[in-house]
Write a protein of this length. Structure first.
Length: 287
């Protein structure tokens, strides 16, 4: 339970961090909150020779409104999300989701950038960012580029990040006024990863669903966007038959692993229940 030897670097600027990661190559890893990387190092599942600590870099924290978007610095902690009036007002589902991540001790240190960047299918924020239509700012030796969250995840722990690149910010379009939202998460105990979870953001008009997006957490090797399920509920009043059909469409794309959280069929079954609950609760919140 003791990590192997490594060299520690604490750059003062983003340019210095990018240079270190580029020069040191595959033997270097960026350090944000450390809640994924450090346990893996203790188990010797990850053995980087260099850690590049991002905490000394100005500009990687903070939450600001930019027109119709909310921009969140990658080193913003889950606790800071929960304390933000802007998040509570404009992105209440982000507040709801952050409150379900681990426990207070983890949320004080864990960052939103670390949560979305490392490609862990069990993390809560990736599916939510896909649901919200967010994009990530990636900065490296070739400059900056923006990648949609829906195109970022390629496999378990595999993402669109190129060698030497750092995810520096998340940009989220503000949902429509009066939208409904819900993040439903089933877990074995407080602080655990989801057995299954579903994020829903929708709007209602005339008692029917006008728009809908559904994201799924820890039900595949990557976060999922349940597009067919969202199409099924759009234009309906979310009656029982529609909810059942939408849940079945979401279950059809699930491919969870059998692990300590349960066998495959159980996890798919409760995944469908999370979708139904999230749709119902989101519709009840919509104005």
């Amino acid at each position: 339970m003791i990590p192997g030897p490594f060299s520690y670097h604490r750059p003062a600027t983003l340019a210095d961090a990018v240079k270190l990661l580029t020069d040191l190559g595959e033997e270097a890893r960026p350090l944000a909150g450390g809640h994924s990387l450090v346990p893996m190092m203790k188990l010797r599942l990850a053995t980087p020779e260099h850690l590049v600590d991002l905490h000394g870099i100005d500009g990687l924290k903070g939450i600001r409104r930019d027109g119709n978007k909310i921009v969140i610095g990658a080193m913003t902690t889950q606790h800071e999300l929960l304390a933000s009036d802007e998040i509570a007002k404009s992105l209440p589902i982000l507040h709801e989701t952050a409150l379900l991540i681990a426990d207070p001790q983890v949320r004080y240190r864990g960052t939103i950038g670390g949560n979305v960047a490392n490609g862990d299918p069990g993390n809560d924020m990736p599916a939510l960012m896909m649901t919200l239509g967010a994009s990530y700012r990636l900065e490296g030796k070739s400059g900056a580029r923006d990648v949609a969250a829906r195109e970022f995840y390629q496999g378990a722990y595999f993402t669109a990040l190129e060698p030497g690149e750092i995810l520096t910010a998340i940009s989220v379009p503000a949902p429509a006024a009066g939208h409904g939202y819900a993040y439903e998460k089933l877990k074995r105990k407080v602080g655990d990863y989801a057995t299954a979870a579903a994020a829903v953001v929708l709007t209602m008009a005339g008692g029917k669903v006008a728009s809908c997006a559904i994201g799924l957490t820890n039900l595949h090797e990557t976060p999922l966007l349940a597009t067919e399920a969202a199409k099924i509920v759009t234009g309906t009043s979310l009656d029982a038959a529609t909810l059942k059909k939408a849940a079945a469409a979401a279950v059809a794309i699930m491919s969870p692993a059998a692990d300590a959280r349960g066998p495959i069929e159980y996890r798919k079954h409760v995944g469908g229940i999370m979708v139904t609950r999230a749709l119902t609760r989101a519709a009840g919140r919509a104005k």
